[in-house]
Design a protein around this ligand. Sequence first.
Ligand code: NAI
Length: 351
Amino acid sequence: MSIFDAVDFADHEEICHFFDRSSGLRAIIAIHDTRLGPAVGGCRMWNYASEDEALTDALRLSRGMTYKAAMADLPLGGGKSVIRGDAATMKSPALFRAFGRAVETLKGRYYTGEDVGTTPADMALAGRETRFVLGRDEAGSSGDPSPFTADGVLMAIEAAVAHGLGASDLRGLRVAVQGLGNVGMALAERLFARGAELIVADLDERRVASATARLKAGSVTVGEIAGVECDVFAPCALGAVVDDGSLPRFRCAIIAGSANNQLHREEHGDRLHERGILFAPDFVANAGGLVNIAQEVLSPRYDRERTVAHLPVIRRRLRQIFERSAATGSPTHRIALAMAREIVEGQRAAA
Ligand code: NAI
């Protein structure tokens, strides 16, 4: 693939390929934009079918990080790294140390961290070679981002419910949670505590059983959850859940969840808007984990209270998006992208 002509090339500042002979590391680091600060974004390890696929992922995900950081009022840019390989069979200490050396060559223009296919322990290995690693499995690090992501998604749901349904709290509202992993389960617990009625689905039956027993949740199959009649559909499993197949099936007023890139294509957001379904753009709603890990970059010592104080930016930003969408008639995902670009270009102040 020619990089500058790639569909997903979006004025990325730097794209580096790394190969390490002894460990077999094949990695790409994409730095999208550092105008607001050093690029931050996790390291994904995935068995990509081709280099093009890996590059596309790095280009798309790094751009998404720029916008996510901007909308969360963080003085950070966007980057992402991808390692080609099977996370189940191809990991080794040497691989992650080689990856750490790759990150070190960028001299702090890019900070990495865990992502799909990598763990804090992997990042601790990388961290033996570079200090530009966040969320290591070590004392003093920011730890598991998922509870903060869940806090942020809860704020997003509350903002959407206030705007879309005119409700001041979640009592009695029906929320369908797709995926009960680290974020989805934490979100379900928070929703339950606020009096919402839950319908859940996960591939893992034990997680479903836990939610039905502890949180009085109803359950449906993974194939059914997107079509459940509810106030809020909260995708917390996979990306691209809003596509040609799911769109006609939605019977919800709001979509707000943690999954990255929920719209299969931009047009799917337009179709949600036409259907009158209020969409909380994912890169705004799911920024809580980034807000937390960012504290490792922004202050000499990680302090949980700084995260807690910063998180309501998610609620404020979503209110702005919903209001501007209502005023202009433009769909929320387009408003959010426009706002993110305004922030990066320095044309818009903090939320
Ligand atoms: P996880 O891997 O802990 O949980 C995902 C859950 O979804 C698992 O329990 C899995 O069994 C389930 N699942 C997979 N396919 C499913 C399907 N078709 N239907 C229903 N359930 C299915 O992941 P985590 O950390 O909870 O993240 C969830 C989503 O949120 C991911 O898309 C992730 O990229 C995104 N995200 C997570 C953040 C975090 O702080 N962990 C931050 C920002 C985004």
